[in-house]
Design a protein around this ligand. Structure first.
Ligand SMILES: [Zn+2]
Length: 64
């Protein structure tokens, strides 16, 4: 897992820092770490999160 790649805010040219955020999606909520710019607050949501975590939530919904 290459989880240590640095992502730079395209506006401020600052390194994004991991931050725990509260997510709400399809009525489900969870905490997850996302990268956030300390300056402008721009967040970077990796595709893995969208495909992994969101799909997980969707599967939970289908089970019911
Ligand atoms: Zn920024």
């Amino acid at each position: 897992m290459a989880d240590n790649k640095v992502i730079i805010c395209c506006k401020c040219k600052k390194e994004l820092i991991p931050k725990k955020v509260y997510f709400k999606y399809l009525g489900h909520s969870f905490f997850t770490d996302i990268l956030k710019c300390p300056d402008c607050g721009e967040v970077f949501i990796p595709e893995e999160l969208v495909k992994g975590r969101m799909a997980e939530v969707e599967m939970q919904l289908e089970d019911k």
